[in-house]
Ligand binder design. Structure first.
Ligand code: GLP
Length: 258
């Protein structure tokens, strides 16, 4: 892992946004893997104005999102499709037909999972996959105990995740308990991965991911097996790492400097 220690959340967000813009500039017909969540929301808010400075054309970019809630249709305001359409795809000028999220309201969810894997393969795989991380070390909705060899599937959300995501659902409203998520193996097949983590609530998951054992108990630790992952951290998310001096000295150029 290339671990990039930034001086502030703003710098970490800018670093991740720059990495995405450089990728689109280099490959305007590339395949992007998008993620959702509060951290990604902050990233997209920075990405939209920044990509104008880069004068990027996103109309040829194809994308696949990591996951979607089961039981919400695409027009539901809490669905990831709705969020992406309004906050990312539209503002970036992406073509709706080139964007993909699993359909959480599909009649045959198992078939939807197979179709999603096939669609990623047919697109030639994902060039750059963005990731956040859950407080319990999840990536996508691969919760602790997920198989490190898993593929796109229906996954039950853990109590930790349900509690963390409660803030997005009005009191009394239906909150999904299940999701369709890319599997860990699916994620590991991306050619490049950028994981962004901010804040002290992510510190123990980040330490387990980068310095703990490879274990299904911390699904993000599977990224230790990936040859081209960049982990971008603010000081609070990095605070429990033991090898900070090493990461500073080993910072590998080729990606923008923080
Ligand atoms: C959800 C998403 C994950 C994301 C996580 C962290 O569970 N499925 O992909 O990494 O939230 O979100 P936040 O950035 O809000 O902490």
């Amino acid at each position: 892992m290339n671990i990039v220690l930034c001086d502030s959340p703003e710098q970490a967000i800018r670093f991740a946004a720059d990495t995405i813009c450089r990728q689109v500039a280099a490959r305007p017909d590339g395949v992007h893997g998008f993620a959702t969540g509060g951290t990604m929301d902050q990233l997209y808010q920075a990405l939209v104005p920044l990509q104008r400075q880069y004068a990027l054309d996103w109309s040829g970019v194809r994308s696949f999102n990591l996951d979607e809630y089961v039981g919400l249709d695409a027009d539901h305001p809490m669905s990831y499709r709705y969020f992406m359409r309004h906050n990312v795809f539209g503002p970036l000028g992406m073509q709706d037909a080139r964007t993909h999220l699993p359909r959480g309201d599909a009649r045959d969810l198992e078939q939807e999972c197979r179709d999603y894997e096939n669609a990623i393969a047919a697109a030639g795989g994902i060039d750059l996959q963005l990731l956040g991380i859950g407080k319990n070390g999840h990536i996508g909705f691969n919760e602790p105990s997920s198989s490190l060899g898993s593929r796109t599937r229906i996954a039950r959300l853990s109590q930790d995740t349900l509690a963390a995501n409660q803030r997005f659902f009005p009191p009394g409203a239906f909150q999904p308990q299940w999701a369709i998520t890319m599997g860990i193996r699916t994620i590991l097949e991306s050619r490049q991965i950028v994981l962004l983590a901010l804040g002290e609530q992510k510190a123990s998951a980040v330490a387990a991911m980068a310095e703990g054992p490879l274990s299904a108990m911390c699904p993000a630790s599977a990224l230790q097996m990936h040859p081209a992952t960049t982990v971008v951290l603010d000081p609070e998310a990095a605070q429990l790492l033991r090898l900070k001096d090493y990461y500073r000295s080993a910072y590998s150029p080729g990606v923008p400097s923080p």
